[in-house]
Design a protein around this ligand. Sequence first.
Ligand code: SPD
Length: 358
Amino acid sequence: MEGGGVGNGSGTTAGTGGSGDDGAVRTLPPCCLKARASVPENDAKCHATVVSGWFTESRSDNDKADKCLYYNNPMWPGEVHSIKVEKILYRGKSPYQEVLVFESSTYGKVLVLDGIVQLTDKDECAYQEMIAHLPLCSIPSPKTVLVIGGGDGGVLREISRHSSVEIIDICEIDELVINVCKEFFPDLYFGFQDPRVRLHVGDAVEFLRNAPEGTYDAIIVDSSDPIGPAQELVEKPFFETIARALKPGGVLCNQAESMWLHTHLIQDMLAICRETFKGSVHYASTSVPTYPSGTIGFLLCSKDGHPVNFLNPINPIEKQEGAIKGGREIKYYNTEMHRAAFVLPSFAKRELATVYTS
Ligand code: SPD
């Protein structure tokens, strides 16, 4: 699920800010620190674990547990999230990240990468359906689609509901994620079984650079959080390669974190995308109880060419045969949820307004 990345696990570009040894708050807000991937080496090694039957994000099993609780995840400092574990099913390590799968008491199986929850059986639908159908239902007849990251297969499963789609390329850097999901998450891995899927294991930035200009109707970036290998995926050069690979009027849907925790990061991404794509740019969100703050957002952008109105979907998947594909009914997405996803609370409207209108 690590998006494309180049495996630079400790890219550090922030000049200021961060938490010192005393844990004191520094000048930059946490989301900016995170956006700039200021991850001290010690913290980066200090991943979540299972203690006394509970999995806790950002918890360490070493003697620096308290330090890790405070420091480890600059994306959501000052809070931790725990899920009760019934059984650990898999623990492993790839060249890119640590992979953990466990059976939880209340959310079914849980996939964790580098100590961060990526999905659970119970609420994965809210993420995978929205990240796929928000872009694909906004354009008339998508044919060529690229997924960056998404090695669990869930986004592929959702794209494959669209009968107009002819090619689904996926570029995932970490083969271990794919193999683990094949074994433990068959309802997601199902997405790989569609004959339209072409798997490319490797670096997304390189893949995009080699893609002929104007190849895709839609690109979906299903990345993990921008720490380590996924850091590049929120920066301008990456968005430029995406824009190049899109057809005129083509659309991007990019994982864009939480409006409660990361408004600075979202502002930065919106500003970059407005400059880069020239069509419409919007922020939408969905509710995922097992992600920090219980919500996660998406950046929806269209390249200039044909105008795209993301707020008014024209290709309602829930009314098509794909809605029940493979006996797997759509659980979360519908046209009302699509429209509602773009409605922002007042604080977020205010904070993002500067970027929307500038
Ligand atoms: N904070 C966790 C964000 C994870 C986003 N990616 C999830 C991948 C599911 N296909």
